[in-house]
Structures are given as structure tokens and as C-alpha cells.
Design a protein around this ligand. Structure first.
Ligand code: CUA
Length: 312
């Protein structure tokens, strides 16, 4: 599995601000640590018990000066950190006003449903977003608490059932950024991966246009048989495919499935071989997955693979 990028590898204004704040805090903590460690070391050596000296060391009780110093200095440090934190919070989370969300991110065990309300594109697990634009995301959950986190781009935010949260999404430069669910949400919490595909406005528009097209249902060959099986074998009870009777949103939308990079929220690369393995036994790749084993024969799996691969 590919590795997540670190928070110090910031590729958005939001994470740059947060990484900066974290560095300030670490720097202040390091200075305090060095002063205290050096003082303790000095005192241990300087005032150690020497042989032949049985006298009690000098005892000092109460000093207004010292009390003032160790009250005022930490107060100043906390005040500085408070100021920097509030400044960063405001930069990262400005009020959203009455703006409508650009993207709705819905947590499911264990994948991400992605809905673009303005274009009505519905997809899963791969968040396409135009670089440099400030997008408002609404985050929801259909089951348990999840947490959206893409360390290089966005801070963590919970997806809470019945309580939508909002976050601003801004990406700095084009690329693919990996994210993960950061709130334990069950057996496959670790395999609830998201990838952000940050692209130029033109690339994004082209992608969005492609997603809006209704894929043609194959009329002959293995793919056509696969399309029939998809209806007969109850796949349609959970999945959505635009232009067909499959209209459920329990599992991921498969409308343009073959344009996606991975299967099962990042557990497998999207290749025909992997897809076949997944269809034959999802639990082999994602134990506990809510995608049932449909007990397909080898031939049926090939036919459904042909159908899904045709959904461009
Ligand atoms: Cu969803 Cu952890």
C-alpha cells in the first residue's frame, strides 16, 4: 500500500499554516526542555554530596521574585501560543456563511462516497478537486463516526452521523495525495483510504464532463452478459450506475468505475485481474467488508468484470 504523506510536507495553505504553528510549538518546547535539562544537570553536579561533607545543603523557602518569574514567563508563552493558535484557526476555518457546499463527503464502513451537488456527479474514494480553488466540503456519515484526513492537504475532521461538519478544502499544487480515515470505525478502519486528485481547472472540467456522461450499456458479448448478471445477481440492490435500474447508494457508485484507480477504497489497484478476485471473494482482500460474496462462478465473474470495465 502506498504511504501517506506527512503533515510537514504541506501542499495547501491550510496545512502550511498548521505545520508552521506546530514548528513554533516544538521550537518553544525544545528551548524550555534545554533550559530545564541543563539547569537540572548543573544543579545535580554542582550541589552533589561530596565525601566527608555531612552537612545539610542550604535550604531556601519562599521567594517572591522566583514565584513571579515562574508565573509570568509561562503566562507569556501560553499567551503567545494562544494568539498563534487562534490566528491559525481563523486562517484554516473561516466562517462559511450561507455558502452551499461544493462537495459532500459521506463516510460509510469502509469507503467514502463523494457527491458534487453543483454538477450532481456521484463517485467514490477518489476526490477530484481543482487546484487553487477554495472549496467548501460538507461531511456526513451514514453509520459510525469516521474522520477525514489527508495529511499533506487538509486537517482532520470528523464525519458524525446526524451532525454534518464543514471544512474548507484548498490544494496548492496538482498531484495525487493520499488520505485515510483517522477515527477507529470498525474492522476495516485501516483500509478506508481516500485519494485526492488535485488537477487544473481544465483537467477537472474534463473529468467532470466525463463523469456526467451516461455510460452506454453493452449490448453484446461478455459485457452484455455481465450487465444482465449485475441486475439478476442483486448487485443493483446496493450500487448505483447512471442510466440503468441500479440506483442504490448503499455501496459505491459504479457509474464510471473503470476510470477509478483503485478498488475497495484503496486496497487494490483497479485492474481486471484484481477486480475479478475482489468479486469472487471481497473478504479475502478486506475482511469484514460489507460487499457480500455473491458466489459467482469463474465465468460470471469474468462477465461482470467485462461489464464494469466497459463503464468508462
Ligand atoms: Cu472510517 Cu475509520
Amino acid at each position: 500500500m502506498e504511504k501517506l504523506g506527512g503533515v510537514f510536507n504541506a501542499s495547501s495553505p491550510e496545512m502550511t499554516a498548521m505545520a508552521g504553528l506546530t514548528l513554533y510549538m516544538i521550537a518553544i518546547a525544545v528551548v524550555i526542555f534545554v533550559i530545564i535539562a541543563a539547569s537540572v544537570t548543573y544543579i545535580i553536579i554542582r550541589y552533589r554530596k561530596r565525601s566527608g561533607d555531612e552537612s545539610e545543603p542550604y535550604q531556601d523557602f519562599g521567594s517572591t521574585t522566583v514565584e513571579i518569574i515562574w508565573t509570568v514567563i509561562p503566562t507569556i508563552i501560553v499567551a503567545i501560543l494562544f494568539f498563534l493558535t487562534v490566528k491559525t484557526m481563523y486562517a484554516v476555518d473561516p466562517p462559511k456563511g450561507d455558502r452551499e457546499p461544493d462537495i459532500v463527503i459521506i463516510g460509510h464502513q469502509w469507503w467514502w462516497e463523494l457527491y458534487y451537488p453543483k454538477s450532481r456527479v456521484l463517485t467514490a474514494n477518489e476526490l477530484h478537486i481543482p487546484v487553487g480553488e477554495k472549496w467548501l466540503a460538507r461531511l456526513e456519515s451514514v453509520d459510525v463516526i469516521h474522520d477525514f484526513w489527508v495529511p499533506e492537504l487538509f486537517r482532520k475532521i470528523d464525519l458524525v452521523p446526524g451532525h454534518p461538519n464543514y471544512i474548507w478544502l484548498v490544494t496548492g499544487k496538482p498531484g495525487i495525495y493520499l488520505g485515510a480515515c483517522a477515527e477507529f470505525c470498525g474492522l476495516q478502519h485501516a483500509n478506508m483510504r481516500i485519494r485526492v486528485i488535485a488537477e487544473t481547472r481544465d483537467e477537472f472540467d474534463a473529468w467532470q464532463l466525463g463523469q456526467l456522461k451516461i455510460p452506454t450499456t453493452p449490448t453484446d458479448g461478455e459485457a452484455a452478459k455481465g450487465a444482465e448478471l449485475f441486475q439478476d445477481r442483486a448487485c443493483m440492490n446496493c450500487h448505483y450506475i447512471s442510466g440503468t435500474a441500479a440506483a442504490a447508494r448503499i455501496g459505491p457508485s459504479l457509474t464510471h468505475f473503470s476510470t477509478r484507480q483503485t478498488i475497495g477504497a484503496g486496497v487494490l489497484e483497479n485492474t481486471p485481474e484484481n477486480l475479478k478476485g475482489w468479486l469472487l471473494n471481497p473478504n479475502a482482500y478486506k475482511p469484514g467488508s460489507l460487499m457480500p460474496n455473491m458466489k459467482l462462478s469463474d465465468l460470471e465473474a469474468d462477465q461482470i468484470v467485462a461489464y464494469l470495465e466497459a463503464l468508462k
